[in-house]
Design a protein around this ligand. Structure first.
Ligand code: UD1
Length: 353
């Protein structure tokens, strides 16, 4: 069976790593990996293939940047050509990026089956690009692999029942697999004391593309930085906006570093006090690490963590108070399965060869 996996953005490399590992174990499966090129900086892309011991992609389309329509459209054209050339029987897609939607559309229109890993998640604002991508991808997928109970309920509420499988979250699998290799000394290289710093990531359009909102967030975070060191691993989009809006001086109390690879970020997180993030993936990886996160979002597709009192949804106005109110405490375990999601997914796929 020929399978085409399509990845393009940072979190997708992490998910593909563990699924690829399981696919390799099955005789008769031939996987082709396509990288759309959406993320291209070495530390947003190449480093993941190395640190997670993945094969280099069979194709790299080099398509990135531009408006969402342009990016998605160019990917659609290019992946369709590849699908026609390679004739896969199944296309595997991850999450909610423009690469996901482009792959799903191209495959569905060629009547190639689509498997969506991380299906069923929903969140506000409904007009955020990721929400549009995931809703549409779910609609045209034959296999919907769902990471959480809440995802199952979302699909049920939308009347999507066929092909739906609860598997748990592949990001938990890879977290467990790679844990012994996390760079547990990285905080020392940054001069930080274990348990006494915060890790921050931020890149969502609704947080960084509006000067007023971004200023409010940096103001709130700046107050926290006066009390506890913040390591801000800065995404290219955020860096560009901060420069464009001339807000660089607001970062003066933070330790600003470029994006870092998976093993460094996870190592840093193991020793952190807590995290500040608007990343879908990272707000769970903090939970896997036994840390709390202040989530810079009006809503989240990982709402269980908020309901369990582990993560807190915040904005620029209330982030400081939320930081002061953080309590350490026991975490409910195994919210996202038992670390065998990739195996379950590959079992289901291979039964249908
Ligand atoms: C994308 C995903 C988001 C995911 C995030 C992870 C969509 C709609 N969103 O958002 O779900 O959480 O990836 O990081 O697909 N850039 C670089 N170098 C790079 C990558 C990007 O300079 O290696 C620049 C791009 O040119 C662009 C900006 O950063 O100007 C944003 O990148 P883009 O891929 O559009 O979306 P993300 O914000 O990264």
């Amino acid at each position: 069976m020929k399978i085409m996996s399509i990845v393009g953005a940072r979190p997708q490399f992490v998910k593909e790593a563990i699924v690829q590992h399981e696919l390799n174990k099955v005789e008769g499966i031939n996987e082709i990996v396509v990288h759309t090129g959406q993320h291209y900086d070495e530390n947003m892309s190449g480093s993941f293939f190395e640190t997670l011991s993945m094969r280099k992609p069979d194709y790299n389309l080099g398509l990135s940047g531009g408006s969402h329509g342009k990016m998605t459209g160019e990917m659609l054209i290019a992946v369709e050509e590849l699908m026609i050339k390679e004739s896969p029987e199944l296309v595997i897609l991850y999450g909610d990026t423009n690469s996901t939607l482009a792959g799903a559309l191209a495959a569905a229109k060629l009547k190639i089956e689509v498997a969506h890993i991380e299906a069923g998640l929903r969140q506000h604002p409904k007009d955020m690009p990721e929400e549009i991508n995931r809703v549409l991808t779910d609609r045209i997928s034959k296999y919907l692999f769902v990471p959480s109970e809440w995802g199952m309920r979302n699909l049920e509420a939308e009347g999507i029942r066929e092909g739906v499988h609860f598997t748990g979250d592949v990001m938990y699998d890879i977290f467990l697999k790679m844990k012994p290799t996390f760079d547990e000394n990285y905080h020392l290289e940054l001069g930080l004391e274990s348990g006494k710093y915060i890790v921050m990531t931020m890149h969502r359009d609704f947080n960084v593309d509006d000067a007023e909102i971004l200023t409010e967030i940096l103001k709130g975070v700046g107050r926290i930085a006066k009390e506890m060191p913040i390591v801000f691993t800065i995404h290219p989009r955020t860096k560009a906006r901060i420069e464009e809006f001339k807000l660089n001086s607001m970062l003066k109390d933070m330790i600003v570093i470029p994006p870092i690879d998976y093993l460094k970020l996870m190592g840093l997180t193991q020793h952190a006090y807590a995290a500040i993030t608007d990343s879908g993936g990272y707000q769970k990886e903090t939970y896997f690490s036994g840390k709390k996160a202040l989530v810079l979002m009006p809503d989240t597709s990982w709402i269980e963590l908020v309901n369990e009192g582990i993560n807190v949804l915040v904005n620029g106005d209330d982030i400081y108070d939320a930081f002061k109110g953080l309590k350490t405490g026991d975490f409910k375990e195994n919210i996202y399965g038992s670390g065998d999601a990739a195996k379950r997914i590959v079992d289901i796929i291979s039964k249908n060869i």
